[in-house]
Design a protein around this ligand. Structure first.
Ligand code: ZN
Length: 431
């Protein structure tokens, strides 16, 4: 009796199921599906995400003003000229003076802007719950950065002023080559010599997730030992992953927050995106593009700096453009130029990011994993900006754009797509 009853019930269920499925398939609408995701970020959480990100727009402007002010102080007080004098007293080799100049220049300019750096890099991040380091530990990381900055700047100024002295008119062209070389070498050595100073990088732990991740990597000819996990939860709770290095050192790194806070489908979606960066050689693409942007900046600087020096150079104790003491002026001009280029830079990076998104959807085939991870990334990135706002200020597609791309992909590539109703967001500890 019971078996018979069960059999009838099962037949009935199977008869009903296809009708129900057809109803959903017929109604899969990417816009409705997108809205279901974006609606999960509401109220205080959405306000906080918007406020954090919009505040960043102003930081671009204020950061430029603070930086230019710092360079102006170095020139106006004659400190820059004194740093050069110090270098000339220490060595008779003229080519070496710019490297010696770099040491006090980096230290003093870092100290001048330190209050601003503390506010933007530590206080503000903590205010939004995005900082796990104590102040001492954070300051320690800044000190490591300062040490690296001194080494890098000394080498860079050595090369830059060598070409300015040799070619006072065309130095910007050679300078562009130097910048491209420094980008290339810097990025190539970064994962080996720099990143380990801040975090531990380890191979992924054994398990089903590791197998899935490495299978995806292998499918795109990325060697398994080029995939790392790093302990970024030391610094903050944000989900993140990246492709770093160049040529022999190129690798994919997933942070521990991603593995802790995400489902396997979400991790796969992120891995697909990073594979896109890796396979499409985006690091190299960006080195070329950013070098060209810097090249235009050096051209503008080479035109403007001599005119400003003709007016104020004597007062500042700066002889000419081949004098390392002129460096704060070059930095000030470049800083303003780069601020004006913010929309161009953001858009170029955003285009590359969007390509990686498209690649990742094809590689991972996890549109809902991708959509829900895009929502998690919107904890610190405004979810629904205006079109112009996204164009100017976003270096990644916004959460809404990404979710929509995933839902469009799903409509086009998944047979009989069913709308997933995303779970309510995690309870917020701060309330
Ligand atoms: Zn990316």
């Amino acid at each position: 009796m019971i078996l018979r009853y069960l059999a009838i019930a099962m037949v009935a269920a199977f008869a009903i199921l296809p009708t129900a499925l057809w109803a959903t398939i017929g109604s899969f609408d990417p816009e409705t599906a997108t809205r279901a995701y974006t609606d999960t970020l509401q109220g205080a959480a959405r306000d906080r995400s918007d406020a954090y990100f919009e505040g960043g727009y102003w930081l671009v402007l204020w950061g430029t003003i603070v930086a230019v002010l710092a360079e102006w102080i170095l020139l106006r007080t004659g400190l820059s000229a004194r740093f050069r004098d110090l270098g000339e007293r220490i060595t008779k080799r003229r080519w070496l003076v710019p490297a010696l100049y770099a040491i006090p220049y980096v230290i003093v300019s870092t100290l001048i802007v330190l209050p601003w750096t503390i506010y933007t890099g530590f206080v503000r991040e903590g205010h939004y719950g995005l900082m796990n380091l104590g102040f001492g530990a954070w300051l320690g990381e800044q000190a490591i950065g300062l040490g690296l900055g001194i080494i890098g700047m000394a080498l860079f100024l050595l090369a830059l002023f060598a070409v300015i002295r040799r070619s006072p008119k065309r130095w910007w062209l050679w300078g562009t080559g130097i910048i491209a070389a420094f980008f290339t070498i810097g990025i190539a050595i970064m994962p080996v010599f720099v990143s380990p100073l801040f975090n531990d990088y380890t191979p992924m732990e054994d398990g089903p997730l590791r197998d899935r991740i490495l299978a995806m990597a292998e499918a795109h000819n990325v060697p398994a030992d080029n995939v790392y996990v790093f302990d970024q939860s030391r610094q903050h709770d944000r989900i993140s992953a990246n492709v770093s290095g160049l040529f022999g050192t190129m690798r994919i790194s997933l942070n521990d927050n991603l593995l802790e806070r995400s489902t396997p489908e979400e991790v796969e979606a992120v891995m697909g995106h990073e594979l896109g960066h890796y396979v499409l050689n985006h690091v190299l693409v960006l080195v070329v593009v950013l070098s060209l942007i810097m090249g235009l900046g050096l051209f503008v600087t080479a035109k403007l700096a001599p005119r400003i020096l003709a007016r104020h150079g004597e007062k500042w104790g700066v002889r000419d453009i081949g004098d390392p003491a002129a460096f704060p002026l070059l930095v000030a001009i470049l800083t303003v130029y780069l601020m004006l280029m913010t929309p161009a830079q953001n858009s170029l990076v955003r285009i590359v990011e969007s390509q990686a998104d498209a690649f990742g959807l094809d590689a991972a085939r996890q549109p809902d994993g991708f959509a829900s991870i895009a929502m998690k990334l919107s904890e610190y990135r405004k979810i629904e900006p205006g079109a112009l706002e996204e164009l100017v200020f976003f270096d990644h597609p916004s959460g809404r754009t990404r979710v929509r791309m995933a839902m469009d992909w799903k409509a086009a590539n998944v047979e009989s797509p069913v709308m997933v109703v995303p779970p309510a967001p995690e309870a917020e500890p701060e309330g």
